[in-house]
Design a protein. Structure first.
Length: 164
């Protein structure tokens, strides 16, 4: 889909992964991601990806949270591995002409852990922002940050994260 932002002439493609109940097999999913990335690149617009928190690191140079899934329900393992593969393998392998941003939420996010709308967020890179508010973010504040990232266009071929 194309997204027209407040900046005249600024467009982007936003991509959201399916929830764990409908995640297709890895080869099919990777094919979908590659197709979307190829179309964004051909259109000359940046690709913004709604990512997962398990792809973040607790500290610089540390393994990603998703490296140890022993404390995560087994039914979520495929979804977590797919998200990790997207940021570790798929996006970095895209042509240099594709501008992409992988936007991870705080660890506590989503339907399983709804957060309170605060009207603000903090921005980090691939290291989870230090939790001031229990390492959570509401869907409304994540959306606010996601749109701000698109409109500002300050990040390129990078992973960022949003939290309170």
């Amino acid at each position: 889909m194309r997204w027209r932002t407040g900046r005249p002439g600024r467009h982007a493609v936003a991509m959201v992964a399916e929830d764990s109940g409908s995640v297709p097999a890895r080869p099919t999913r990777s094919g979908h991601y590659r197709t979307i990335a190829r179309l964004a690149d051909a259109a000359g617009v940046p690709l913004f990806v709604v990512g997962g928190a398990s792809s973040l690191r607790p500290a610089p140079g540390a393994d990603r949270y998703g490296a140890d899934l022993s404390h995560i329900p087994a039914e979520l393992h495929d979804e977590i591995r797919a998200g990790a593969a997207l940021i570790i393998e798929d996006l970095p392998a895209t042509p240099a002409t594709l501008d992409w941003v992988f936007v991870s939420p705080a660890l506590r996010f989503g339907a399983r852990m709804p957060g309170e709308r605060l009207g603000r967020y903090r921005l980090g890179d691939d290291v989870a922002v230090a939790p001031e508010d229990g390492d959570a973010i509401s869907a409304a504040d994540y959306a606010l940050g996601f749109v701000d990232l698109i409109e500002k266009g300050d990040h390129h071929r990078a992973q960022v994260n949003l939290g309170h």
